[in-house]
Write a protein that binds this ligand. Structure first.
Ligand SMILES: Cc1cc2nc3c(=O)[nH]c(=O)nc-3n(C[C@H](O)[C@H](O)[C@H](O)COP(=O)(O)OP(=O)(O)OC[C@H]3O[C@@H](n4cnc5c(N)ncnc54)[C@H](O)[C@@H]3O)c2cc1C
Length: 411
């Protein structure tokens, strides 16, 4: 019996079943065949800290197979050649994918396009010329992109960015640094945010524009790969831009109004992370329940000890709540509501609940929970990160509080 009282729309159920069939046919076998490469951090990365060529190739294969099967661009607008599906389909598909793949973290994020890495409504904001140059590669999964907003001195408060685009003739020259740019070490394109009107930027009244920059442009450098949790490599880049020339066709959205570009993707990103946290949390909880029923200590299965199973019961309650919040926020978005409060709640609650569930599953496994073989450690890393990335829990709490104080007290 489903724990959810209402049925998903039939098209969303079909997407869920279809994407799971795709995962079984195209993703699980790649994880199995390439176990040695994907499970050993020393093989996963090259000497610069980027994914090794074989790993990059597998990621591309997953993207391209998914594009062929119709899932990769399923939430990109139909005007771009995408499937035009909504947030609920995205949520349900990602929750199912992560519940199935759990801690297998390298190929999984590429099963459906992430708004900042592949085709998404953000691309409706690029010029006709840019579409001609980037769209077919991004839609087919051959190429990917990244989103360069954060900088060493600008994170939660993105208005503090210092990267500058100076006017030169019809175009601009961009100089500055970016930090934390996910997928930058292997992306083909980067949406770079830069100050175009310093006076307006100083008054925090716009003055920042977005530009689509090929990552092989002269002056565009991935200075280093950011290494998290002691890994020998990573997925985030620190960028240096030195006089990178951009032409008018590279402007994304309106000049001096670049932050609006993010609005075309940020909801999808938070729906993704809400779904991922619930999916990985459920996967971890199921592992913990199975382990507790076979592991013995002091003459009994550990599942007989309330100290082991009551925390798991708490995790189940939290994940159920997070799941309902995610489904609700995605449905509100599909009905045309901005759902700022509800999506902020769904994302921050889910990433905390998901992280607690994975952490508790590790505790249930004892020492085994800390090994690569069980995979909990990878989900633990993933979910720890999204308590900070994609809007920290505190910034989301701030947004929720602002909405409440403005009178939006519907719950
Ligand atoms: C793995 C990873 C991937 C990322 N990917 C990208 C990417 O692709 N592109 C990109 O542009 N950025 C990316 N980011 C950057 C991310 O958006 C920032 O890390 C995030 O916005 C927080 O900024 P910060 O790290 O500078 O922390 P800060 O903004 O310095 O915050 C430090 C602490 O202060 C708290 N804080 C700040 N202001 C307030 C306040 N008003 N009230 C209460 N608490 C507050 C924060 O919640 C946090 O706990 C990524 C980050 C990570 C970790």
């Amino acid at each position: 019996m489903s724990a959810i009282a209402f049925d998903l729309p039939p098209d969303v159920q079909e997407v869920r079943e279809g994407v799971l069939r795709f995962v079984e046919a195209e993703v699980v076998p790649r994880y199995e065949k390439n176990h040695a490469l994907l499970s050993d951090a020393r093989a996963l990365y090259d000497e610069t800290g980027r994914y090794a060529p074989g790993v990059r190739d597998l990621i591309r294969q997953v993207r391209m197979a998914s594009a062929k099967a119709g899932f990769y661009a399923m939430c990109a607008p139909q005007s771009l050649g995408g499937g035009g599906l909504g947030h609920l389909a995205y949520y349900v598909a990602w929750e199912a994918i992560y519940r199935r793949l759990g801690g297998q973290a390298t190929l999984t994020p590429w099963v459906i396009a992430h708004w900042a890495f592949g085709p998404s409504p953000v691309l409706t904001q690029v010029t006709e010329e840019a579409r001609k140059r980037c769209l077919s590669g991004l839609m087919s999964g051959e190429t990917s992109m990244c989103f360069g907003l954060s900088e060493p001195g600008a994170g939660s408060d993105a208005t503090m960015i210092k990267t500058r685009a100076r006017r030169e003739g019809e175009g601009w020259r961009i100089t500055g640094r970016k930090l934390w740019t996910s997928n930058a070490p292997t992306a083909d394109w980067c949406i770079v945010f830069a100050v175009t009107d310093p006076d307006r930027a100083a008054r925090k009244a716009g003055g920042i524009s977005a530009f689509l920059v090929p990552t092989d442009a002269p002056g565009f450098h991935v200075e280093s790969v950011v290494k998290l949790f002691g890994h020998p490599g990573g997925h985030e880049g620190a960028l240096a831009l030195e006089d990178v020339r951009v032409e008018p066709w590279q402007l994304v959205g309106a000049r001096d109004d670049g932050f609006k570009v993010a609005l075309y993707g940020v909801s999808l990103g938070r729906v993704y992370n809400s779904a991922r946290a619930v999916g990985q949390g459920r996967w971890a909880l199921e592992l913990a329940l199975a382990y507790a029923q076979q592991r013995e200590a002091f003459g009994a299965k550990i599942a007989e000890y309330q100290g082991v199973v009551f925390p798991l019961a708490d995790c189940a309650s939290e994940l159920h709540g997070a799941h309902l919040m995610g489904l609700n926020a995605a449905t509100l978005l599909d009905k045309g509501h901005r759902a700022v409060k509800e999506l902020s709640m769904a994302k921050s609650y889910a990433v905390q609940a998901g992280f607690r569930a994975v952490d508790r599953a590790m505790q249930t496994h004892g020492g085994m929970g800390l090994t690569n073989e069980v995979g909990l450690i990878h989900a633990w890393h993933d979910l720890r990160v999204v308590n900070i990335a994609d809007g920290t829990n505190e910034i989301l709490a701030r947004t929720i509080a602002q909405r409440l104080l403005a009178g939006d007290t519907e719950l």
